[in-house]
Write a protein that binds this ligand. Sequence first.
Ligand code: PXP
Length: 249
Amino acid sequence: MSLKLGVNIDHVATLRQARHATMLDSPNAEPVLLDLAREAVAGGADSITIHLRADRRHIQDRDVTDICQANLAPVNFEMGNTEEILLIALAHRPAFVCLVPENRQEISTEGGLDAAGLQAGLEETIKRLQGAGIAVSLFIDPDPQQLEATKQLGAEMVELHTGAFANALEPGPRQAELERLTAGAALGHQLGLQVNAGHGINSANVSELFQVPHLAELNIGHHLVSRALHVGLRQSVAEMRRLMDGYPG
Ligand code: PXP
C-alpha cells in the first residue's frame, strides 16, 4: 500500500490573515484557500488538513465550510478537544478528525496529546465524532503508554509526532528518535491502529522515515507551503509525492 500524503494548508491562511483579520469583508482575500487546496490535490494530495484553532490565527470558520463543501479530497480536521470546535466538526463531518493539544502561546502544535492522562474528556469526544461517521486520530508522541491509551479510547488512528526527530540534528539523538518512532509504529500496528505521522517533515528528512514500518499517511504543511513560494503548491506537493513513493511499505 502506498504511503498517503495529507497536505496541511494552514499556512496559506496564515499568509492571508497577515492582511485580513477576518474574511468577512472580502471572501476573495488572497491567497484564496480553496484555490490552493485544489492545487494541492492536483499535485497528488490524498487529503487536505486544516486546523481550526480556538484563536482563529489562520483557518477561519468560513474556510471550514468552503473546504468541506468543495469535496476536493477527504478533509482531515485538526482540533483541540473543546465543545466549541467539536460542534463545528460535527456540523461539517470531515472524513477524519485528528485531536491535538492546543496551547495559545505555541507557534505550531508542540507536543503530543496526553491520551493517557486525559482519558475521560477524550472518550466522550471520540464517541461523538465516531457517532457522526468521522474517523478519529490522536496526535501523540511515540510512547507505548500513549499508544495503549489511544487503543483503549477507541480511536481508529494515531498520528505519531515526528517533531522531536525533525529537530534532533545530532546523529545519536536523531537515530534514537527514529527508533522511538519505529517501536511506536510497530506497537500501533500490533494494536490494530492505522499509523500516520507528521510534524516537521520535509524533502531532506522524509527518506529517513522510510525505516519506520507500517506508516499509512504523512501529514505535511510548513515545508510544502514554503517550497510552494519557489515552485507553486502543485509542484511542491508533486515533488514530495515522488519522494514518498520510495517508502518500502
Ligand atoms: N500534524 C499535526 C497534528 C500538526 O499539528 C501539524 C502542524 O500543524 C502537522 C502535522 C504539520 O506539521 P508541519 O507544518 O511541520 O509539516
